[in-house]
Design a protein around this ligand. Structure first.
Ligand SMILES: C[S@@+](CC[C@H](N)C(=O)[O-])C[C@H]1O[C@@H](n2cnc3c(N)ncnc32)[C@H](O)[C@@H]1O
Length: 603
């Protein structure tokens, strides 16, 4: 592999997050398998070892195993290890289906009649498919309460605008709340179709019984206390949501408790592992985080602890049985492609809960390739969000060494330095365990040039060659960037995958510090490096600008998304509000002007 001449990995990788493996179990910011496979194929041979020290849900390990490679995975995330283990456990579909039915039967029995409702059309007792719940607000002027759902406007797409009693303006943020109420019950009609009906006394009584059920004290829960960044970002104090169990309706909390008890009674290790995997996979939708939408459900937002004013209480058993089918489809995908000799996944893929900067269990120069996706600065607080599932796993992520930049609270001071030190430590460990003349690919995305600069330094300080051998743009198919008009906000929706080489000891030259970027030139080159369609996407333009700077070994610290956006706007680019795409200025001269105006704004 050291004789690498041509890198055959595409310059732009589109890997939409639609495959059955990706979608089977959510984890924050997974990398789709389709984005990893070309790298594994390019930089390793069958049987070689791939390392991912920020492994998360283990996508690198799965991609490696599917290609007949071995993998060493590490992450501080207990949830990540649990998910990866679930994915990599092959089960027999009919045995899994049968075991799932058994555990559901047992849990249903233990739940009793808490899900029982009466079908309005024929009075028949049946199990609810889901219940829609609404916040109730109290008008500060007249003290009358308002059930939010009942006063939605424009077919459910616009929030209430005034108090239905005194007509005072409705201000969601400042109106106090009373208890949540069920507003719609969905049951299966006689012909099998789902039908909506009004909640009845029977439903309200079941809800009350669930809340008073002594099993509530057995429901696993973890505090999300004020020291956690997500406590502040999700305003959990204000909403009285300082513990994970509060995100579940009392009824679903008991259904989940009984389901997990039944799963834990399954004797076969593989089946139990897969069923526990399906169990954690349904938790967001089984919770109050599953948002109602007028046309279709809106997914639970997995990066924040948010409960929408109208949310679902979905039948846990339906969710679980459907998830088991999804797990069977994912298995088919993972194991069908896997070469026979690689099927001993337990022997071929090892996942340690460890910090990326302390990989003492891995020997020097023992790894053939590294593919990794570290946390992107201050974007996501994995360990805080993991608590939601880890409460049910009985073990939590040790977050003291988490590579993340706090933006609030005590940990804010020195956050960038700590983050950089951790990345430097992680890249140094990757360097140590990697064989000389081999490669490491790092997925990274950010809209802040300073964070890119920090990654550039960390890679250099670890000893990797300063100029990557390949930089790809990774497009996971997110919506395009908003905020061009304000010029100051925006989120980058595409990432870069930078592949750097570990030099041989003899080749080590003096460390070169990148020079200040010529911004005008960079933007110009970035625009010409993209095809016409992508050059209209602000995220692509920004990523290509950063890529150009890194390729030229120029400093990226001052290349911020906001500056690139302002430069584009100054040059006559406009943003199509609907598509989020740029409309080109009419003349080529203005394109040049975009680049020169960037010279003054960027850096
Ligand atoms: C972007 S995610 C990786 C997702 C992964 N590529 C996947 O497909 O699921 C970053 C991961 O870094 C982990 N992490 C944060 N600090 C760490 C550290 N010091 N050592 C190891 N992992 C860490 C987080 O727990 C998170 O799982």
């Amino acid at each position: 592999m050291s004789e690498l001449r041509d890198v055959n990995v595409p310059e732009v990788i589109r890997a939409p997050r639609t495959d059955p493996v990706y979608n089977c179990h959510a984890y924050l910011t997974k990398v789709p398998l389709a984005a990893i496979v070309p790298f594994v194929e390019q930089f390793t041979r069958p049987g070689e070892v791939v390392l991912d020290p920020f492994a998360g849900s283990g996508m690198t390990g799965i991609a490696a195993a599917m290609q007949g490679r071995r993998a060493q995975l590490a992450d501080i995330s207990v949830l990540g290890q649990h998910i990866a283990r679930g994915y990599l456990t092959e089960t027999n579909p009919s045995e899994l289906r049968a075991a799932a039915k058994d555990v559901v039967r047992e849990a249903r029995k233990a739940l009793g009649d808490l899900y029982t409702t009466k079908r309005a059309t024929d009075g028949k007792r049946t199990e609810m498919a889901r219940v829609v719940w609404s916040f109730t607000y109290v008008c500060p002027a007249c003290s009358q309460s308002m059930v939010y759902f009942k006063h939605l406007r424009k077919g459910g797409t616009a929030q209430p605008d005034a108090c239905p009693s005194c007509k005072g303006e409705f201000v969601r943020r400042s109106w106090p709340r009373a208890g949540d109420v069920p507003v719609q019950v969905v049951v299966r009609g006689a012909e099998g179709k789902l039908v909506e009906q009004e909640p009845q006394d029977l439903d309200r009584a079941a809800v009350e019984r669930a809340a008073a059920d002594p099993r509530q004290s057995q429901v696993p829960s973890l505090p999300i206390d004020e020291h956690r960044e997500m406590y502040r970002r999700s305003a959990l104090g204000k909403h009285g949501l300082g513990e994970t169990k509060l995100f579940f309706s009392p009824r679903n909390a008991i259904a989940l408790l009984e389901l997990l008890k039944a799963i834990d009674g399954v004797v076969d290790d593989r089946l139990r592992t897969k069923l526990r995997f399906a169990f954690t996979a349904i938790l967001p939708r089984a919770s109050r985080r599953y948002q109602w939408g007028p046309k279709r459900p809106l997914n639970a937002q997995n990066q924040t602890y948010y409960i929408a004013p109208v949310y679902y209480e979905w039948n846990v058993f339906d969710l679980f049985l459907r998830k088991v089918e999804a797990a069977i489809r994912a298995d088919e995908e993972v194991f069908r492609a896997m070469p026979l000799f690689a099927r001993d996944v337990a022997g071929n893929v090892r996942y340690e809960v460890a910090s990326a900067d302390v990989l003492s269990h891995i020997a020097d120069a023992s790894v053939d390739y590294v593919f990794t996706d570290p946390p992107f600065g201050s974007n996501i607080f994995y360990s805080d969000m993991n608590l939601f599932q880890e409460a049910w796993l009985g073990s939590t992520t040790a977050h003291e060494r988490e590579a993340v930049m706090h933006t609030t609270g005590r940990k804010k001071d020195g956050a960038a330095d700590r983050y950089e030190a951790l990345l430097r430590g992680a890249f140094s460990e990757a360097f140590r365990v990697l064989k000389p003349e081999r490669f490491m690919s790092v997925v990274f995305g950010n809209s802040n040039g300073a964070i890119w600069g920090l990654v550039q330094r960390a890679l250099r300080d670890a000893g990797f060659e300063s100029v990557p051998v390949h930089i790809a743009i990774l497009d996971k198919g997110q919506r395009s960037v908003k905020g061009l008009n304000s010029g100051s906000e925006g989120v980058v929706t595409v990432d870069l995958i930078m592949t750097v080489r570990k030099p041989d000891d003899r080749e080590r030259d003096e460390v070169k510090v990148p020079v200040q970027a010529e911004a005008a030139d960079l933007l110009d080159a970035a625009l010409t490096s993209l095809d016409e369609e992508r050059a209209r996407n602000p995220s692509y333009v920004y990523a290509a600008t950063v890529r150009e700077a890194i390729r030229r070994h120029e400093r990226v610290d001052h290349v911020h998304l906001s500056d690139v956006l302002i430069a584009l706007r100054n040059a006559g680019y406009t943003l199509d509000g609907k598509t989020g795409l740029l409309n080109k200025p009419v003349s080529a001269r203005r394109l040049r002007a975009a680049a020169s105006s960037a010279a003054t704004t960027v850096g």
